[in-house]
Design a protein around this ligand. Structure first.
Ligand code: GLC
Ligand code: MG
Length: 425
């Protein structure tokens, strides 16, 4: 990753379904806690890698449904597709490696002889992945027979059973673990091996992640039987792997704390958010807290008090300029007075705000330019805008808080600009 000029402080490699994303948590509390922690303390010097069984189609769908961050690297289709950055540029070198002893047509032909196997949807059939559903009781037997048959045909495949129902057939060199090993090798060659790597998972296709040497690992509390069984048989005595007490993304935060990998208090867990103008925040931390306050103000979760308004006035330097995504220019004073009238207007609604890809750059002795993406979720709908803010430290290192000098926001897409009247700040 060219973005970082030195080794990442922490690289998190996380599965998505039931690890980063909890489908049993309609409020997405643990995911939002993780997001706030990542953006305030890790984004600028660490790497976020999502490693999912989903194809690009289903991955993009999940991103539309859930308040997810943008990862630096996306590994999809059970470690058979690696892409980089926002634009998801594919790693061609990886695709080539996977062609060894792989012939998709033979796999399709041989598997058609098994009535126990039901083909998954077309989107999940990929160049280096053929996927089925199979009943739990038949999985072991089918795997064994298939593996013998395909070996006889000269192929070298890997068969993975996950979630008590999914059966994936991949080239032997593929899989989430191999994809991670490939990335680590690349980083090492560039002299940028991350200082710490933490892998996170819940099901069978994640097992390989935990067998990569030197990485920390967390099996979230809700991990599937097949992963726990794999761990009991293969990695029981490895002190670098824990079975978390907490579910999904909260289990990841727990592991960060357990292994001492860095800060592990999410800004969403701070009790005194309104004291946000004070103390020891990095510019990224200030951006996270500013928008978090905005969310709880509109959700009516903080008191409608003059204190808050005064504290907001104290951080917004007059005559600071605020540019609304619609292009309208306002003074901070006008903008604050608009906000005053909106206390609790999102009460009882599914309204959330989070920031993504927060990148601070120092542009003066006490001045920072912070670029980030701001997301808002109203029920099922998500909108984002690109922002840049100029923050000035009240004292030399920001320990006395920050002043917002300028805030410029632009809709990320034309669709986003369409009649989004509830968007205030
Ligand atoms: C995801 C994929 C599916 C795969 C499963 C387990 O659900 O969509 O194709 O079988 O992960 O790896
Ligand atoms: Mg999972």
């Amino acid at each position: 990753m060219e973005r970082l000029s030195s080794p990442a402080k922490l690289m998190i490699v996380s599965d998505l379904d039931y690890t980063m994303v909890d489908h049993h948590d309609p409020e997405n509390i643990s995911l939002l806690r993780f997001n706030a922690l990542w953006e305030s303390s890790y984004r600028h010097d660490s790497l976020l890698v999502f490693s999912t069984g989903r194809s690009p189609t289903l991955y993009k769908q999940l991103r539309k449904e859930k308040p997810m961050l943008t990862p630096d690297i996306t590994i999809m289709s059970v470690g058979t597709e690696i892409t980089y950055g926002n634009l998801m540029v594919p790693d061609g070198g990886w695709e080539e490696i996977l062609n060894q002893k792989w012939d998709r047509n033979i796999v399709v032909e041989e598997t058609s002889k098994f009535p126990e196997l039901t083909l998954q949807s077309e989107t999940e059939q990929r160049p280096h992945k053929v996927s089925f559903y199979v009943d739990k009781s038949k999985a072991q037997d089918v795997t064994k027979k298939l593996s013998e048959l395909l070996t006889k045909q000269g192929l070298d495949v890997k068969i993975i059973y996950s979630g008590g129902m999914d059966l994936d057939i991949l080239p032997q060199g593929a899989g989430k673990g191999q994809a991670l090993a490939y990335l680590l090798k690349k980083f090492k060659a560039e002299g940028k091996l991350p200082t710490n790597t933490l892998v996170c998972g819940d099901s069978g296709n994640d097992a390989e992640l935990f067998s990569i040497p030197d990485v920390y690992g967390v099996m979230v509390s809700n991990a599937q039987e097949e992963l726990l069984l794999w761990h009991a048989e293969n990695a029981k005595d490895n002190p670098k792997i824990i079975h978390a007490k907490e579910r999904c993304a909260s289990g990841i935060i727990q592991a960060i704390g357990h292994f001492g990998l860095g800060p592990n208090t999410s800004p969403r867990d701070e009790t005194d958010l309104s004291g946000f103008e004070k103390g020891n925040l990095s510019p990224s931390g200030e951006v996270v807290r500013f928008y978090l306050l905005h969310e709880i103000w509109r959700r009516g979760e903080i008191e409608n008090s003059e204190n808050y308004v005064t504290s907001l006035e104290a951080v917004c330097q007059l005559p600071g300029i605020f540019i609304h995504p619609s292009g309208v220019e306002q003074s901070f004073r006008e903008c604050i007075s608009a906000l005053k009238g909106n206390h609790g207007d999102q009460q009882g609604k599914q309204y959330r705000v989070w920031v993504d890809q927060v990148f601070p750059t120092k542009i003066g002795s006490d001045t920072w330019l912070v670029k980030f993406q701001k997301w808002e979720m109203h029920g099922e709908e998500q909108q984002s805008c690109l922002c840049s803010a100029v923050l000035v430290a009240k004292d030399a290192n920001g320990s006395d808080g920050w002043t917002w000098l300028h805030l410029h926001q632009t809709w990320s897409s034309v669709a986003g600009a369409k009649d989004h009247l509830t968007w205030l700040l």
